[in-house]
Write a protein that binds this ligand. Sequence first.
Ligand code: PGA
Length: 241
Amino acid sequence: MRKPIAAANWKMNGDFSLLDDFAQANITSDKCETIFALPSVLLDRAQKLGLNALAGQDVSAQVKGAFTGEISASMLKMLGCQYCIIGHSERRQYHYEDEALLIEKWRRLKEAEITPIYCIGELQAEYDAHATQQALERQLRPILEENLVDHKTIIAYEPVWAIGTGKAATPDYAQHVHQMIRQIVAQNYASIAPAMRLLYGGSVKPDNAGLLICQADIDGFLIGGASLDVGLFTKIIETMK
Ligand code: PGA
């Protein structure tokens, strides 16, 4: 049984007041797990307010030391994070992160017993060229070969062309790709793949969440824009039964 996940990714948005609104709303559901990937400066307050579960949006590939601006896995742990996003397309695109670096980040998370939410997804040009499978294999294979995946691992499929564009993948297309991802994972991890939770991300809103969550291989969402609004986030959670 794969319990659905509603994961909020606030990116570089939000402040104390928004955090307080979410804490006050006390969004809980027995139907799904909620995860809040917050800017790191909000995590301490979020932990004190009892918001849960918490996630980092990124982690350093280094353990500690002279790495100005970086945040280590053990720091995220100290702030109560059970999860951490790695490989988000914005990190890949603007910070040139590649699989070799992400493997190191994954290792740091594993050492700190933090579960990675590993993001993958094709660019618009790859989608147009029908090269989605190659793009996903390129992002997945090096990870799968490192023996890092375990039964808690979460993969988020986020087609880059759908992020922040209002143009979500259709339920059929998202299901097709999720099934493909599960099959790719199964080639290395036959017993883990059927139980692994695969999230869809990219313009998830209350009006498209219902049909997406009905798909057999979609186990929840990674939500950007709509996770900054208590009402919208709550409505998305209500689609999970
Ligand atoms: P979006 O972002 O919901 O605003 O499209 C999703 C994400 O980047 O995680």
